[in-house]
Ligand binder design. Structure first.
Ligand SMILES: Nc1nc2c(c(=O)[nH]1)N[C@H]1C(S)=C(S)[C@@H](COP(=O)(O)OP(=O)(O)OC[C@H]3O[C@@H](n4cnc5c(N)ncnc54)[C@H](O)[C@@H]3O)O[C@H]1N2
Ligand code: MOO
Length: 642
């Protein structure tokens, strides 16, 4: 078979595509039944209703430790006229759970009895009939419905099943899914040495994500060996899976328009294509097909596209086969901190970071590339931008679907501003200390941090803005840009800024003065970044103008991206922190030690979370880890500067 490039001629909306899928595979709760023991039934779905075989309790039983009595015999007892009961005649010692002795109908707690001697118990209050007694069948009555069909067994349910004498239950077989990862570039991480990886090779990870998602929604899976981009082989694998017991077949990758994207041809040659292309992003190239009456779905290869396609199409299919409703995520209203344009005609699943700042939950967008798994692993939730919208306006309130409990969103400290590697250590240290706090940092440069405070969208800004007039940090900028906001400044670290250079210093760079050399390509930071201000200050001192520097106009947003540019030789050098150079095994020429502070509005400063944050910063554990990064000084770490 030769490859022809696929074009999605008839893209469907999400609603249309789901409709086509569910009409083609209407089975609800149609999987075969199997018996499992009560203790193994958790997470399984009942194929039939389950009725209790015995009652629980199976007898009238004492609900407290004390004496069992006939209530009538206690009437008239009071403080001034206590009643004496003869043990083993009018009253019988019982423990919680004991069978109620014949002829008794109430229990008096031990604490309310005066034992006179081994024969007499005295009471100062009457008992009423059935007090402190668990009647036979109070919990479960034999023959009553314990759980209807399609109920998913929880750990709690096992108690009711065993208590009701039901030791095994009929459950739906787990839907079986065959995963076929395709792509000649893929490598099996269990079989390779990462040192030997070559450009173009990719670690196969999607089938593991899919497998775990399948299990999480009640299915089971088998993984086919890695499949090269060979349509004949893919056809054979799909055909075998369909002819076997698999309920659903998923191919992974090759769903799009590339010259080696074969999924569409494969399904077409074996059966029918119901949908190719859905107006969603990520997830657009998904292919829904039918082969011998079974769903064969071509999952996009980009990981986030695959996850969205799974959640929109495969998960509902699995739930339906099991006879379960599709799960829904908790929703919350959020304010979007920046304008987010979106393509008309495409429904976008925007991954967002969330945090509660003041009395609103703010959402900031993560990068939108579907090839980056971290755009979903870093996310707290998703905002769905409808197809008929051109995007979200700044400060617009929209609905977000949560990936984690709301409580965790409330316990997030939002830090915006300049990037520093110690923030990663801080985020981890807060977790070691079981604070329940998550640190959510976005790197937009020091000025970006101050502006975030101005807009009320963060708790903390990380900043290292040098006042070139007097050598101070941050204070003059705060006075100028946040005149109406009361803030505290807490020092995080002093850190060495310098030139990041390749190992062995091939261009023989010694300092800022070398940046003007014709043979040096520089990589800059964005304007507003503290590092950029520092560079301009140093250049000014040396009378070097920006035009003299090759690459002055090429900007990156973080120290790490500057280091990456040096590593892959896009640039010969860039100004950044020592930790970034070290992380990539590059060399570093110190230029200046600068002050990096946390700016915290007073309205947040006294909050419990910020107090924990500051205590963590002050801790020896944190400071020891920071110093180990190299290029950091912690003498004033945690000090309130103003
Ligand atoms: N000309 C066009 N190109 C693309 C379009 C388009 O409309 N026109 N759509 C883009 C979109 S949207 C997506 S999503 C991707 C997905 O396409 P495929 O399903 O064909 O995926 P591949 O090209 O095979 O792989 C994409 C990417 O993902 C990596 N990959 C694939 N499988 C795995 C795996 N099992 N584990 C880890 N990584 C995997 C693969 O190496 C590629 O890097 O297409 C756009 N292109
Ligand atoms: O829409 Mo693709 O599915 O962006 O990555």
């Amino acid at each position: 078979m030769t490859s022809t490039r696929n074009i999605y001629l008839k893209m469907k909306t999400l609603e249309q595509a789901r409709d086509i899928l569910f009409k083609a595979f209407p089975g609800f709760g149609t999987l075969d039944t199997e018996m499992v023991t009560a203790d193994q039934a958790v997470g399984r779905v009942l194929a039939e209703p389950v009725f209790a075989k015995i009652s629980s309790p199976g007898f009238h039983s004492a609900a407290m430790d004390g004496i069992a009595v006939k209530a009538e015999a206690t009437y008239g007892a009071c403080e001034t006229s206590p009643k004496k009961l003869i043990l083993n005649k009018d009253a019988f010692y019982v423990n919680t759970g004991h069978v109620l002795p014949q002829g008794t109908d109430a229990v008096i707690m031990m604490e309310h009895i005066n034992i006179q001697d081994e024969n007499i118990a005295e009471i100062e209050a009457p008992a009423f009939p059935w007090q402190y007694i668990r009647k036979m069948g109070e919990d479960i009555v034999a023959t009553e419905l314990l759980f209807p069909r399609n109920h998913m067994i929880s750990p709690y349910c096992t108690g009711a099943l065993i208590g009701g004498g039901v030791f095994s239950v009929p459950v739906r077989k787990k839907p079986e899914v065959m995963l076929i990862p395709t792509g000649s570039e893929l490598l099996d991480w269990k079989k390779i040495n990462i040192e030997n990886m070559k450009p173009g090779q990719v670690l196969e990870s999607n089938s593991y994500v899919l497998g775990n998602m399948i299990e999480a929604c009640g299915g089971k899976y088998a993984r086919h060996g890695l499949m090269p981009d060979n349509p004949e082989k893919i056809i054979k694998a799909v055909e075998d899976a369909v002819n076997n017991d698999f309920d659903i077949v998923l191919t992974v990758g090759g769903s799009s328009a590339g010259s080696e994207d074969y999924t569409k041809e494969v399904i077409k040659s074996l059966g029918e294509i119901l949908v190719h292309g859905v107006t969603i992003m990520p997830g657009k190239p998904v292919i829904i097909g039918m082969v011998k009456g079974k769903p064969v779905i071509g999952m996009p290869g980009y990981p986030v596209s695959m996850i969205v396609a799974f959640e929109q199409f495969v998960m509902p299919l699995i739930c339906r086969l099991l006879g379960r409703p599709e799960p829904e995520r908790e929703k919350v209203l959020v304010d979007v901190t920046r304008k987010i344009p979106s393509k008309l005609g495409i429904e976008e699943f925007l991954r967002v970071k969330l945090g509660k700042v003041g009395n609103r939950i703010t959402a900031s967008s993560l990068p939108r590339g579907a090839g980056s798994i971290t755009t979903i692993t870093d996310a707290d939730g998703i905002i769905r931008i409808p197809a008929n919208s051109e995007g979200i306006k700044e400060n617009e309130t929209v609905t977000a679907e949560l990936f984690k409990p709301l409580n965790a969103v409330h316990n997030t400290i939002v830090i915006v501003g300049s990037h520093d590697n110690t923030l990663d250590i801080l985020a981890d240290q807060l977790k070691i200390e079981n604070s329940g706090i998550t640190l959510c940092s976005s790197h937009v440069g020091s000025m970006g941090g101050l502006m975030a405070i101005k807009r009320g969208v963060c708790h903390v800004a990380g900043s290292h803005l040098l006042d070139t007039e007097n050598g101070s940090y941050n204070i003059s900028y705060i006075k100028r840009f946040l005149p109406d906001i009361k803030v505290k400044i807490v020092n995080l670290v002093f850190r060495d800024q310098g030139l990041i250079i390749p190992k062995g210093n091939p261009k023989n760079i010694h300092g800022i003065e070398d940046l003007a050399r014709k043979d040096i390509k520089f990589i800059n930071r964005q304007s507003g970044a503290g590092t950029r201000i520092l560079l301009d200050y140093q250049l000014n001192k040396l009378n070097i103008s920006p035009e003299m520097i090759q690459g002055y106009g090429h900007e990156e947003f973080t120290h790490m991206s500057v280091a990456v540019a040096v590593l892959n030789r896009t640039a010969d050098t860039g100004l950044g922190i020592c930790a970034a150079a070290r992380a990539l095994n590059l060399e570093f020429i110190p230029v200046v030690t600068e002050q990096y502070d946390l700016i915290i509005p007073e309205e947040h400063f006294e909050s419990k979370n910020i107090k924990i944050l500051i205590n963590t910063i002050k801790s020896m554990d944190f400071q020891t880890r920071v110093k180990a990064l190299g290029g950091y000084h912690t003498e004033r770490t945690g000090e309130i500067i103003i």
